[in-house]
Design a protein around this ligand. Structure first.
Ligand SMILES: Cc1cc2nc3c(=O)[nH]c(=O)nc-3n(C[C@H](O)[C@H](O)[C@H](O)COP(=O)(O)OP(=O)(O)OC[C@H]3O[C@@H](n4cnc5c(N)ncnc54)[C@H](O)[C@@H]3O)c2cc1C
Length: 381
């Protein structure tokens, strides 16, 4: 089971993985219960991860990043998710940074990326609104030009990192007459921002360490030079371009969670006894393990191929959508079996597989629902 090594790994990446793994074990895992209890990650954890050099590993060094590629970035997703550390919203932070990297002006990159790499700024993606989730073109948060500023009014919901974020990738409507070309992205620093308010940290089924929040904007003045790329109406185009990256991060998290849950379950069934023998010795257990190990391996090889394609620049929207839906559906089925093999203990939050099961449900919903993924794939057939 452990003999498989991702083909994109090399000696340098092995060393980096070990360093990240040690860091996650010593600096993050012990804090996880506190983050879950308070429903947010401490801002200091972001500073510390930045100081350790583990943020924005695939952003060029000239902008403060690690100077690697997506393989380097993938390692942190994997090491967090295989341990069930789901509150640290590295995904949205990195994705927000990539919008700046891919569409920002040189000045904008210099302004935001080094501070994001140091963990001084914590990123969030603010797209979804109460009336616009899958249907992004329905976004109503308005940004009206007033001299050197935009005046923003509206609200967002379900925003990951919402309560601790200090920089928002905010999707706004700059033109009410065109559903698609009327959208733009503003990068908004939130510290001491008049008219900006974080609403409730929402009470969720899982991801309890994650501060999924409501955000409100009332006559918020944002300098016009915060418009990503400097041109209005490019929001939809920018969003479409970066979605494969976002969907792959979700799929990677899914595979790593499966791997972590299966490893923990193998350990558990060998320890736990019933009817005078270990649970692992029952044929049902061995067959169930054979199934989850196989499904996890299939998911792993597919995600590995997607990672290589992303590094080469050839990952298309459909393939990323396939990875997102299939892997997250499979993640939930695999972790469900792991819960079953734990018996009653699998239903207790103190057990890793229990937390992972609750956390896995939303993987099929956010980042574009799995139905929307199938819609995208079907259009390419
Ligand atoms: C924990 C969590 C974290 C999140 N983090 C963020 C974040 O950081 N930033 C952010 O902007 N958003 C975030 N979201 C929002 C998330 O992306 C949306 O919830 C998701 O896109 C679905 O939108 P919706 O909730 O409005 O559902 P709806 O769009 O109302 O969908 C309801 C149902 O209808 C289906 N449906 C909709 N349209 C179609 C169609 N055309 N064909 C077939 N079926 C369809 C959907 O698949 C779904 O089953 C988060 C959500 C959660 C729960």
């Amino acid at each position: 089971m452990n003999s498989y090594v991702s083909p994109w790994m090399d000696d340098d990446l092995h060393m980096l993985r070990e360093a990240i793994s040690r860091y996650v074990e010593s600096e993050m895992l012990p804090k996880e219960p506190k983050w879950r209890a308070q429903h947010h990650v401490d801002r200091e954890a972001w500073r510390a991860a930045g100081e350790a050099g583990f943020l924005l590993l695939d952003v060029p060094q000239e902008y403060g990043g690690g100077g690697g590629d997506f393989r380097h970035e993938a390692l942190l997703y994997e090491e967090l998710n295989r341990r069930g550390i789901s509150g640290f919203g590295q995904g949205v932070h990195s994705i927000a940074a990539h919008y700046v990297l891919n569409y920002g002006s040189e000045e904008q990159k210099q302004r935001w990326l080094p501070r994001m790499a140091r963990g001084e700024l914590i990123g969030a993606i603010a797209m979804t609104e109460p009336g616009a989730g899958s249907d992004l073109k329905g976004i109503r948060t308005r940004a009206e030009r007033d001299g050197d500023h935009y005046v923003v009014n509206g609200s967002k919901i379900f925003i990951t990192n919402g309560s601790i974020a200090t920089i928002l990738m905010l999707v706004v409507r700059t033109d009410a007459s065109d559903r698609s070309r009327g959208l733009s992205i503003l990068m908004v620093e939130t510290e001491n921002l008049a008219g900006y308010r974080v609403g409730r940290v929402l009470d969720k089924m899982g991801l309890t360490a994650q501060d999924t929040s409501e955000l409100f904007f009332e006559d918020v003045r944002v300098a016009a030079d915060c418009l990503l790329g400097g041109e209005e109406g490019k929001g939809m185009h920018q969003l479409m371009g970066d979605l494969p990256y976002e969907r792959l991060t979700i799929a990677i998290g899914g595979v790593a969670a499966m791997e972590g849950a299966v490893a923990e379950t193998v350990r558990y069934v060998n320890e736990r006894k019933a009817f005078g023998q270990s649970i692992a010795s029952f044929q049902n257990t061995r067959f169930k393990l054979a199934e989850v190990v196989t499904r996890t391996r299939v998911a792993r090889t597919f995600v590995d191929s997607c990672i290589s394609q992303l590094v080469e620049g050839s990952l298309d929207t459909e393939t990323a959508a396939m990875a997102k839906w299939w892997i997250t559906d499979t993640q939930q089925e695999v972790i469900d079996e792991c819960v079953q093999l734990h018996g009653g203990y699998g239903y207790m939050n103190e057990y890793l597989v229990c937390r992972m099961f609750a956390d896995s449900r939303v993987q099929r919903i956010y980042g574009g629902t799995n139905e929307i993924m199938k819609e995208l794939i079907s259009r390419s057939i």
